[in-house]
Design a protein around this ligand. Structure first.
Ligand code: AMP
Ligand code: GLY
Length: 420
């Protein structure tokens, strides 16, 4: 079959890598793609948030299956447009994508299905929001309702930071995303991410992972899109996993179906776990980046069968063949990230690295210029490895990172510290 993947990050490179290994895949196109994806697929320049343009492209190229990587095209309704044109597509409708696009909506769904989550209140004006914060006290969490590229959440450890966050949000710092604000109880515990496929009715877990959001070693410095991840997440043991599925994920999927807006795609659930009890922090309506890289490393070629079963509404017939393995990915980023950084520096040493089912460098912000791989973004490479233990995966990943010659980049040296 002919497959089109939308996106250009490390997440989409790992999806392309896994899908390409499946014999069902004949032709693979990625849009817009990056230098790493160009080695295994055709890259097409396409505005992936324009559903009409994507549908026309899919028609012209006889595409059988479209996999949507990032949230922006989902929130823009690209999956709806493709399905209306008769294409098989992996990713939720615009209405179902509100589980990520509106934090207030997610809270409403949690209320409707009694899913454990932080206590909260929603506001559209600053003064009542501030009064609520003063009444509740700190620590407290202030969130812009809409999509804010991962920056719309302020975990305020004192009252003044919470009140300042209200001024910033209603002052327009996050644009339309901050027109409504959700104020949440601060939850303590350990965080983990859980990835579950849903075909609208049936669910199938496809792995757990733990991300490292802060830029610096020891979880210090500003937040980023994610500096590294590993799978599985040991905190998600069998009991926590079952509770998460029974009390949170399945009730959410049932509630979405009951409302006539079934959820079809991957549900990325972030949990706070304390004393063996998971509570929902947030949903995303796509795979995590870099969490997808470790999931794909572990799933390999079967990922395509699973995504297809999800899109076809046949998850009840699907199953995951798990190896008893671990994977880790280490993000290499341009110096300065998540602040200002330079583009265009050359990355050397990639050709000498092994590329197989145990070792892969997934590209994120890279571009080929005159036969050389250059940095073209903040997060640039995802050095990813698998092993029978997490330590083995870690040793492999760091050996590759050390062999990459890129003085203009950096990486965290402690990915996996919590688990090891
Ligand atoms: P979100 O974008 O909702 O995942 O929030 C980003 C990060 O903020 C999460 O990964 C948590 O570390 C933290 N966070 C969000 N909500 C809460 C909460 N209610 N209590 C404690 N930490 C939170
Ligand atoms: N790594 C966090 C995310 O993809 O949202």
């Amino acid at each position: 079959m002919n497959i089109l993947i939308l996106g250009s990050g490390g997440r989409e490179h790992s999806l392309a890598w896994a899908i390409k290994q499946n014999p069902k895949c004949d032709r693979l196109i990625v849009a817009p793609g990056n230098a790493g994806m160009a080695e295994i697929a055709e890259c097409a320049a396409l505005n992936i948030e324009d559903g009409g343009a994507v549908a026309t492209f899919a028609e012209e190229n006889a595409i059988d299956f479209v996999v949507i990587g990032p949230e922006a095209p989902l929130a823009a309704g690209v999956a709806d447009r493709l399905r209306a044109a008769g294409f098989l597509c992996f990713g939720p409708s615009k209405e179902a994508a509100r589980l990520e696009a509106s934090k207030g909506f997610t809270k409403e769904i949690c209320d409707a299905c009694n899913a454990p989550t932080a206590g909260y209140a929603r506001f559209t004006e600053a003064e009542p929001a501030k009064a609520y914060i003063r009444e509740q006290g700190a620590p407290i969490v202030v969130k812009a309702d809409g999509l804010a590229a991962g920056k719309g959440v302020i975990v305020a450890m004192d009252l003044d930071s919470a009140l300042d966050a209200i001024d910033d949000m209603f002052g327009g710092e996050f644009g339309a995303a901050g027109a409504e604000v959700v104020i949440e109880e601060f939850m303590e515990g350990e965080e983990a991410s859980f990835f579950i496929l849903s075909d609208g009715k049936n669910i199938l877990p496809v792995g757990t992972a733990q991300d490292h959001k802060r830029v610096g070693d020891g979880d210090t410095g500003p937040n980023t899109g994610g500096m590294g991840a590993y799978s599985p997440a040991p905190i998600m043991d069998a009991s926590v996993t079952q509770k998460a599925l029974d009390e949170i994920v399945q009730p959410t999927v049932d509630e979405m179906a009951r409302r006539g807006t079934p959820y079809q795609g991957v549900l990325y659930a972030g949990f706070m776990i304390k004393d063996g009890q998971p509570r929902l922090v947030e949903y995303n309506v796509r795979f995590g980046d870099p969490e997808c890289q470790v999931l794909m490393m572990r799933l390999g070629a079967q990922a395509l069968d699973l995504l297809l079963a999800c899109a076809e509404g046949k998850l009840d017939e699907a199953q995951v063949n798990w190896a008893d393995d671990h994977a880790m990915t280490v993000v290499m980023a341009a110096n300065g990230y998540p602040g200002a950084y330079q583009k265009g520096s050359e990355i050397r040493g990639l050709d000498a690295l092994p590329e197989d089912s145990m070792n892969m460098v997934f590209h994120a912000g890279t571009k080929e210029v005159d036969g050389k791989i250059t940095a073209n973004g903040g997060r640039v490479l995802n050095v990813t490895a698998r092993g029978t233990t997490l330590q083995e995966a870690r040793d492999r990943a760091y050996a590759m990172a050390e062999a990459i010659d890129w003085p203009e980049g950096f990486y965290r040296k402690d990915i996996g510290w919590r688990a090891l």
